[in-house]
Design a protein around this ligand. Structure first.
Ligand code: AGP
Length: 614
């Protein structure tokens, strides 16, 4: 998820682009760049770092031009550095392009272009697209607008792009599919293009939202023209913008955390996109494929992580042992690094980290590496320190997570770890093809199931109202749901400051049951599956001591719903996928309780988004 902005009109473009990029920095902030056209030449500048770094780079330089494009990056392909930053130029230097999204078939396109003599400077999928457009213009003689349309007929993936040709400074071309893109129609022939309206909200409220697979030409003289990539003419539908700036950054939500909770159908989809294709029965995890032998001969997996990432690791322990039949241990990185752990040949260490900068996890990696382990990273931030410290890895592609309390990164981590476990199991022959395909299909259905669960938000808010002033809470789960109980408790603790503990449901009678009375809310993940009956009896144990039961149940469940004080229904899914779906109501619960207690949910006290110190 990156931020893109473009301008063509009567004013100097650069100040508009820079201000716009700062407003879009919540979308990505690891590198930035701008390009303006002046006298048919590009004034192009780009660098690693935040928009402020770009401003210092550009200081005193020529930034003239009344047409220009700007980009703030959230790396997916190619680590954040000056070369991989956008805009990217075509081989002949005539075209400049910015892009938000993922070109899934970029490798295939790149191969063909290299055979045609194209030379690439960066590791990005985006540079391939601008060379592809250049190639079509050269081979067909068509203009930029037509070449972009033709190129996009071949592209697989998500894109919001803006392209310009320095020989034709009166034109900008933009297009979108899946990634957001809005055009602002200003006064005096001014046009704005951006990922959302924040960059130009004070200039105009007249906007056109491009639909998927639409390409637009903005011509200084003839205005706006829209066609589909199948070349059907479309009339621009101009709407009046109602939202305020603040609201747009948060996508209309009151906080980044609530926005990120609601983004999960999309972020889970993005984490499996291009890695799973049911039609072809394809499961591709390149980070695994590249080291197949190591995974085939693996004797043990050790997962190191902290906080919410550790909980995702705990889910992965169940997945690797059930599907790949590899003994797996989950270690708190901070304990692992000082325990002089025993690492043996055939040990694989998986390090999980959203930020990729957590000091304890990094140190655990260095220690394991010194002891000869093969290190596999699962990170969200591309190019982060941890992603560069590992031998191989997989990114979660959840997009930037701004709220300190991790939500969408957790579900994306579990989805990616799920793909890794299935991929390894398939290679080691420890799972039948039939079961593999059934689980791949089930995983593909998860984004829709999460969409379904998000509809319980109002019910969850009502339950939060009842328990907002309680001082303690207990979370219980069994099997795959035990890590979810821990995660639910962590979410409540870190943003509402209520003391909460997660426990394996059966462990309760070995101590915590002493805490149970009418004042103790007990959240239980009680979905129908492997240990359902056991969980039902655990609930009866709590009820017998007058504890209040808030149960997460499978849609249509009768037994637990009758027992519980409140039950929140989630769609049926395989036991192994319940963690991704059942955690959603617990995220929402903690969010609403924190808001009702007047806490700052995006920046809770005493916490930081990335703990880069010991
Ligand atoms: C989770 O909500 C917290 N922000 C925290 O526990 C976090 O998960 C932990 O610090 C690990 O961070 P990482 O995933 O970036 O390594």
């Amino acid at each position: 998820m990156c931020g893109i902005v473009g301008f063509i009109g009567s004013q100097q473009a650069y100040p508009i682009l820079i201000k716009g990029l700062k407003r879009l920095e919540y979308r990505g902030y690891d590198s930035a760049g701008v390009a303006m056209i002046e006298n048919q030449q590009f004034n192009q500048y780009k660098c690693k770092g935040k928009v402020a770094d770009l401003e210092s780079l550009v200081k005193g330089k020529d930034v003239d031009g009344t047409v220009g494009i700007g980009h703030t990056r959230w790396a997916t392909h190619g680590v954040p550095n000056d070369v991989n930053a956008h805009p990217h130029l075509s081989g002949d230097g005539q075209l400049a392009l910015i892009h938000n999204g993922i070109i899934e078939n970029y490798a295939t396109l790149k191969e063909a272009l290299i055979e045609d003599g194209h030379v690439f400077k960066s590791d990005t999928d985006t540079e391939v697209l601008v060379h592809f457009i250049e190639d079509i213009m050269a081979k067909t003689g068509s203009d930029l607008f037509e070449a972009v349309r033709v190129a996009l007929c071949e592209v697989v993936g998500a894109y919001a792009i803006v392209v310009m040709d320095r020989r034709f400074p009166d034109r900008l071309v933009c297009a979108k599919k899946s990634s957001p893109l809005v055009i602002g129609i200003g006064t005096e022939g001014d046009y704005f293009i951006a990922s959302d309206a924040t960059p130009f909200i004070e200039y105009t409220k007249n906007v056109v939202y491009l639909e998927d697979e639409e390409v637009a030409l903005i011509d200084r003289h003839s205005g706006l023209k829209i066609v589909t990539i199948q070349n059907q003419q479309k009339d621009p539908y101009i709407q009046e913008l109602e939202m305020k700036l603040e609201a747009i950054e948060k996508g209309g939500y009151d906080s980044f955390m609530l926005k990120e909770i609601h983004e999960q159908p999309r972020s889970i989809y993005d984490s499996i996109r291009g890695r799973l294709n049911l039609n072809h029965g394809m499961l591709k995890m390149s980070g695994i494929d590249r080291h197949e032998e190591i995974w085939m001969n693996a004797n043990r997996i050790i997962i190191v992580a902290c906080g919410t990432s550790w909980h995702a690791g705990l889910v992965a322990e169940y997945l690797f042992e059930e599907f790949a039949r590899i003994p797996t241990e989950v270690e708190y990185a901070s304990e692992f690094r000082y325990r002089d752990p025993i690492i043996q040949p055939g040990d694989i260490v998986i390090a999980i980290s959203q930020s990729g900068e957590t000091a304890d996890t990094l140190a655990a990696i260095e220690l394991a590496k010194d002891k000869g382990a093969f290190i596999f990273g699962v990170c969200n931030v591309v190019g982060s320190t941890i992603s560069r410290a590992t031998h191989s890895g997989a990114y979660t592609h959840a997009g930037p997570e701004i709220g300190v309390a991790s939500t969408k990164a957790f579900t994306a981590q579990v989805a990616v770890l799920y793909l890794i476990a299935l991929s390894v199991a398939d290679k080691r022959g420890t799972i039948t093809k039939e079961r593999l395909h059934r689980l791949m299909a089930e995983l593909t259905s998860i984004p829709d199931k999460v969409e379904e669960v998000l509809k319980t938000n109002a019910q969850v808010e009502t339950i939060a109202e009842i328990y907002k002033n309680h001082r303690n809470a207990l979370y219980l789960g069994r099997g795959y749901s035990f890590p979810v109980a821990l995660e639910g408790a962590l979410k409540l603790k870190e943003i509402s400051y209520i003391h909460a503990e997660g426990y394996p449901a059966a462990e309760m009678k070995h101590g915590p049951i002493a805490l149970i009375d009418e004042e103790m809310p007990v959240f239980v993940i009680a979905t129908q599956g492997h240990s359902y009956e056991k969980v039902v009896s655990n609930i009866q144990e709590v009820k017998a001591r007058k504890g209040k039961i808030i149960a997460i149940v499978t849609a249509g469940d009768k037994t637990v719903s009758e027992l519980a004080d409140h039950s929140i229904e989630i769609p049926k899914t395989d036991d192994s996928l319940v963690p991704i779906v059942s955690v959603i109501p617990l995220q929402l619960l903690s969010y609403h309780v924190a808001v009702m207690r007047g806490c700052n949910v995006d920046q809770p006290r005493n916490l930081a988004k990335s703990v880069t110190v010991e």
